[in-house]
Ligand binder design. Structure first.
Ligand SMILES: C[S@@+](CC[C@H](N)C(=O)[O-])C[C@H]1O[C@@H](n2cnc3c(N)ncnc32)[C@H](O)[C@@H]1O
Length: 250
């Protein structure tokens, strides 16, 4: 459920999905030694770009941060200036499904929590041509962590991410991928969901209820929906998570 109130709440929190500096750093370290100096990177579905800033700092390269929601990009630009990284980050308002770049433009395509919009397989297929030979795709994406899935979890993801893979299905799919080699993968920490994402979201939901709901009663279903998502994670976090997939273009 993405409406005006959903976007307003997401504009108020630092990250727009699960993630952490530690997880971004761990994924980057898996490719660092094979990546050229000062790489040219495309960060797809960057949101407000906490990971964009981390990537610019970790890589010393140049990051194009692409998203289709302009307010996120405005804040990302300001954050890059504040971090002294504005020479290393450019923002681009655009659609991940219709990229305006030449083939083989990037040493690395990075996407935290955004590939689900196309579906992992379609995203990998479409983004492949924009990666330089021997370049990398590093993507965090939701998976079922077990093969048996409780019904409330399945019902939620059938709505949000139909066809979402189990971790084992993801490994099978990616190790036999024709166009990429699976170099490494790991499950994001629970703090990536709680400390760095849901705690901020819950605070903003509570503040909205306290200060704005009486004037915006139409927001009620959105607040309830987001709270039910947080409850689902708290109750069933052994059954779903995000997997960082670290791939090299063949
Ligand atoms: C779950 S958020 C992840 C944001 C960020 N990577 C993070 O981890 O905090 C998904 C992002 O994809 C963006 N998005 C949605 N559809 C898009 C599209 N078609 N093209 C580009 N970005 C899109 C949203 O605006 C949002 O910022």
């Amino acid at each position: 459920m993405i409406d005006q109130y959903f976007m307003e709440l997401f504009e108020r929190i630092p990250r727009q999905g699960p993630g952490s500096k530690e997880d971004t750093t761990r994924a980057f370290k898996a490719i660092k030694s094979s990546l050229k100096d000062r790489p040219y990177i495309l960060d797809i579905g960057c949101g407000k770009g906490v990971q964009t800033i981390d990537l610019a700092r970790l890589s010393g390269g140049h990051v194009i941060a692409l998203d289709n929601h302009e307010p996120f990009l405005t804040e990302l630009e300001a954050n890059a200036i504040q971090a002294g990284l504005d020479n290393h980050v450019d923002v681009y308002e655009g659609d991940m499904m219709s990229l305006p770049f030449n083939p083989e433009s990037f040493d690395l395509i990075w996407a935290e929590g955004s590939a689900f919009i196309m579906g992992l397989e379609s995203a990998l297929e479409y983004w492949h041509s924009f990666i330089k030979k021997d370049g990398f795709a590093v993507i965090s994406d939701a998976v079922y962590l077990q093969d048996e899935i409780p019904e409330p979890v399945f019902e939620f993801f059938e709505e949000e991410y139909p066809g979402m893979l189990t971790l084992n299905e993801g490994i099978e799919l990616l190790k036999d991928e024709e166009k990429y080699r699976l170099i490494d993968h790991f499950t994001l920490s629970k703090e990536a969901w709680t400390t760095h994402f849901y705690e901020h979201l819950k605070r903003e939901i509570d503040l909205f209820r306290e200060n704005e709901l009486s004037k915006n009663l139409k927001a009620k279903p959105t607040l309830e929906y987001l709270e039910s998502e947080i409850d689902l994670y708290n109750q069933f976090n052994d059954y779903f998570g995000y997997e960082f997939w670290i791939l090299r273009k063949k």
